[in-house]
Design a protein around this ligand. Structure first.
Ligand code: PRP
Length: 181
């Protein structure tokens, strides 16, 4: 038993469901980018775990890069004001780019990232998101690949943190409310 499990009120997505869905998305990307070498940009920190599993399910050559952002909000919600903490290294001009994010809540971070990367003139730009919270969107948001739609619960694990913890849980759970309220 994982010692962090007792901080959860429930497991929302177990390891098997996550891995199965991640493999499906990886296969879809491999088939849609056949004959191309996409640049896959993981958004740190939350997207790192998803990215690591996803790229190992993609059976065509890819290049990896990372963008680190932080949004200024409180520990459980983002403000939409985004700061770039680590820029991409690759020259993505004329390249096929896929953004890999762990979660879309308000949608503000993803919009900022898309607008930022589009300024680098990629040939194409798609978005791959593990978790989507449609009820939390504060704007029109659309993705190309989505793992799961979830409700407004505060979730941790598989890259997602509360106060930097729980990212290393191999599954996704709902954090007990008393731990953050
Ligand atoms: C999380 C998540 C997204 C963003 C989603 O990042 O990884 O980037 O919030 O929220 P939004 O749709 O309301 O903008 P966070 O700022 O917590 O950083 P982290 O990835 O380092 O945990």
């Amino acid at each position: 038993m994982n010692s962090m499990n007792c901080d959860l009120s429930a497991v929302l997505l177990d390891e098997y469901r996550i891995q199965t869905r991640v493999r499906e998305i990886g296969m879809q990307i491999a088939s849609e980018y056949k004959d191309k070498v996409p640049v896959i940009i993981g958004i740190l920190k939350g997207g790192a775990i998803f990215m690591a599993d996803l790229v190992r399910s993609i059976t065509i050559p890819v290049e990896l890069d990372f963008l680190a952002i932080s949004s200024y909000g409180n520990a459980t919600s983002s403000s939409g004001v985004v700061k770039i903490r680590k820029d991409i290294d690759a020259d993505i001009s004329g390249r096929d780019v896929i953004i890999v994010e762990d979660i879309v809540d308000s949608g503000l971070s993803l919009q900022y990232i898309r607008d930022y990367l589009l300024k680098h003139s990629p040939a194409s730009l798609k978005t791959c998101v593990l978790l989507d919270k449609p009820n939390a969107h504060k704007m029109e948001v659309s993705f190309d690949y989505v793992g799961f739609e979830i409700g407004n619960e505060f979730v941790v694990g598989y890259g997602l943190d509360y106060d930097e913890r729980y990212r290393n849980l191999p599954y996704i759970g709902i954090l007990k409310e008393e731990l953050y309220s």
